[in-house]
Design a protein around this ligand. Sequence first.
Ligand code: HC3
Length: 410
Amino acid sequence: MAGGDHEGEGAAVPAASKGSWASFLKQLASFDGDLSRLTAPAFILSNTSLTEFSAYWAEMPRLLTAPAKEKDAEKRMVLVLKWFLSTLKQQYASRNERLGSEKKPLNPFLGELHLGQWEDKEGTTHLVSEQVSHHPPVTAYAIWNDEKGVQLEGYNAQKASFGRTINIRQVGHALLHLKEFDEHYLITLPALYTVGLITGSPYMELSNSSYIVSSSGYTARIDYSGKGYFSGTRNSFTASIYPSTGGSKTSPLYTAEGVWTNSFTIKDANKKTIDTYDAKAEPKTPLKVAPVAEQDPLESRRAWAKVAAAIEKGDLNTTAAEKSVIEEQQRALRKKEKAEGKEWDGRFFSRTNKAPKLDALIKEVPHGSLDKDQTDGIWEFDAAKAKNAKKPYSRLSAELEEKGWRGWSG
Ligand code: HC3
């Protein structure tokens, strides 16, 4: 584990929460790895569900679509790497920057949806994110821009363990498709861990390596490092692109280096800088989502509205009560489905056992495996389902709408 927990114990914990933070830390000693079961004090709870996190992949649509405009395959790989690196700050540090520390997100319920689109110079980039499994918790997403011929899809779950910090391994992957070149890029997900848990102001750091493998024959390896006790810089990485056939031992065609929360440089094989990235200068396009009142009852912000309001007020009792309403409703629904011999079938994604594109690309990743037993299968965007998916998204949505639904306990 890297350093970082040097400050005083509980230094950042509000006075009224010192006791509950100490209990939270004690609870970690007997942690069974299921992040959704961790009960955390109110000050560390986030009002955002994990289904919303899928949007972090495309908050800068210009970078996502850039590879589709490049004619040279090697340069396309560089642009895919640049886009991927640019998403890291949003994925892993944006809550910390906005809220002062990493928070514990809301655990999505089965079938929860987060839908929206980005509209800017790139045209419309669509997002669907859906909770496709509850045990284990798995979120699947698809992001596409038809005008630019770009589609990203993926799914993820987390496996956690506790040492001196919470270590999280991500299971799942993302797959980028560039229509014009019929090219696929498999993206593996980095491991992460919390720093600053003792002080009560945790943030996430990335560790080990992640990969991008293209069907055009290139692989990028990204190595993450953080701040140690004596040296190192927070959120650092080095990356290299090499021909997949040659393996990482061959000299890289391109390298990238920097701090993913700040800036980085990309160099060619002659060490000449060919591109730079400055996270602060890169404009973001806000995701447009329907107003809460117009959302389907399965949509994240509508479903969690009461819980989110209670969290914002720091009202732990109402938070717990409103969460139980959702949990109870879900339990009743599952019971009903079981009695009717039905299983919940997602609205946008389907489980598959055969994924030839993924299988071919994952072979290039050292120790690469789809780990499908840990994600309740392999999840694919189902275009046929998506075509028919419209409000109300479920029988439950229809029933709730009919009753004049105003929130899960309304
Ligand atoms: C580990 C995490 C939940 C999972 C989050 C994931 C891996 C989800 C998929 C996104 O694409 C990327 C991503 C970013 C952040 C990850 C979250 C950070 C913290 C949260 C834990 C469940 C909370 C741990 C409790 C805390 C904050 C007190 O230490």
